[in-house]
Ligand binder design. Structure first.
Ligand SMILES: Cc1cc2nc3c(=O)[nH]c(=O)nc-3n(C[C@H](O)[C@H](O)[C@H](O)COP(=O)(O)O)c2cc1C
Length: 358
């Protein structure tokens, strides 16, 4: 029976366990989106994860809209991320970069331009900006002749990720950001080859994933989806069919793993009363499947034992417990995360959570 402590092969890597760190935006880079020394320490502290998936990292100015989030479009970004990956590797770890274009979630106050999306839609609620919370603005639909340039931005960020020493890349296609805005019919009203039927709405996901594979290899390309229910106002009328088709397409491309974020009705970071699509996806996606959202040790073990997943991604538990695998193994009580410091600047609530193994 598979357990969380069993190693797992991931392309050229061997992950020593199946307790992975989920991507977590923490807002500790500079205003120019350059990683800081604090980030070097934070990621190195968490190197005992089977795999670290980095915080969402902007592929371009256009796609980057979170204050103090990391970026991967400039040489300064590459140089500082290199310190992060070196420190993780020196501590015995492995790390993928999560590649992020936020689409309509980018507020113009950050870079002075109207956000882009599949269609002219506006996200509900308000954006985190340097001037506090501000209502989202309507996005401009990407013209079809801009898509090659967009794919080029993903490719150049992926090249930069490899130059910076990351072991691979994860395309962020979840949580209501740009790729998700194209996937779902609630936000994609296009009438061209990227809108309408499911095979058209999964086209951008396919083309970007293929471009990443061509750039870094299928062995180093992963994808994250969030199939069940609304994410930042992005939703679909036939989620099971859409995401099963997307997963079958990703299976055919041969990506190294697929991660699914699917909260339940009692979720503590997003909720959904729609059933998870993971059981259907498991049938069509034969590669490594990683599940996330509200997993604890027992639920994680049970999912692996039942054959529902190959690894579990832990978000807030890794945020607050740098030595999560050791704590799980020894049955040591976990630190609770402090929501006030999720996105605050500075060391507090970032590198100050104590390790039991220290
Ligand atoms: C502070 C914080 C930041 C997050 N940032 C990201 C992110 O950058 N990319 C992403 O895909 N998900 C992000 N998420 C979602 C988490 O990866 C994960 O799906 C969520 O925390 C549920 O998992 P958990 O119950 O193990 O914490 C974030 C969640 C939190 C709490």
């Amino acid at each position: 029976m598979t357990t969380l402590f069993d190693p797992i092969k991931l392309g050229p890597l061997t992950c020593p366990n199946r307790i992975w760190m989920a991507p977590l935006t923490r807002g500790r880079a500079t205003r120019e989106h350059v990683p800081t020394e604090l980030m070097v320490r934070y990621y190195a502290q968490r190197a005992s994860a089977g795999l670290i998936i980095s915080e969402a990292t902007g592929i371009s100015v256009e796609g980057s809209g979170w204050p103090y989030a990391g970026g991967l479009w400039g040489q300064e970004h590459v140089q500082q991320w290199r310190k992060v990956t070196d420190a993780v590797h020196a501590a015995g770890g492995r790390i993928f970069a999560q590649l992020w274009h936020m689409g309509r979630i980018v507020h113009p106050s950050l870079h002075g331009v109207q956000p882009v999306s599949a269609s002219a839609t506006t996200a509900p609620g308000s954006a985190h900006t340097y001037e506090g919370k501000q209502p989202y603005v309507e996005a401009r639909p990407l013209a079809i002749n801009e898509i090659p340039r967009l794919i080029g931005d993903y490719v150049s960020a992926a090249c930069n990720a490899i130059d910076a020493g990351f072991d691979g890349v994860q395309l962020h296609a979840a949580n209501g950001y740009l790729i998700d805005q194209f996937l779902r019919d609630g936000s994609n009203h296009r009438t061209d080859a990227y809108g309408g039927p499911i095979e058209n709405r999964i086209r951008l996901l396919r083309e970007v994933t293929q471009a990443l594979i061509d750039t870094v290899g299928a062995n180093r390309t992963a994808v994250r989806l969030s199939p069940n229910g609304d994410s930042q106002g992005v939703d679909d009328s036939r989620q099971a069919e859409l995401f099963t088709a997307a997963a079958a397409m990703l299976d055919a491309l041969g990506i190294v793993f697929l991660e699914l974020r699917e909260p339940g009705p009692d979720g503590t970071f997003g909720k959904s009363d729609r059933p998870p699509v993971a059981p259907l996806i498991r049938k069509v996606f034969k590669g490594r499947l990683v599940l996330n959202s509200d997993y604890d040790f027992a639920r994680g073990q049970a999912a692996l034992a039942a054959g529902a997943a190959d690894a579990i991604a832990y978000g807030r538990k890794f945020l607050a417990n740098p030595d999560l695998p050791y704590r799980f193994q020894q049955g040591i009580a976990l630190n609770a995360d402090d929501q006030k410091t999720w996105y605050s600047q500075g060391a507090e609530g970032y590198i100050t959570y104590p390790a039991a193994s220290a």
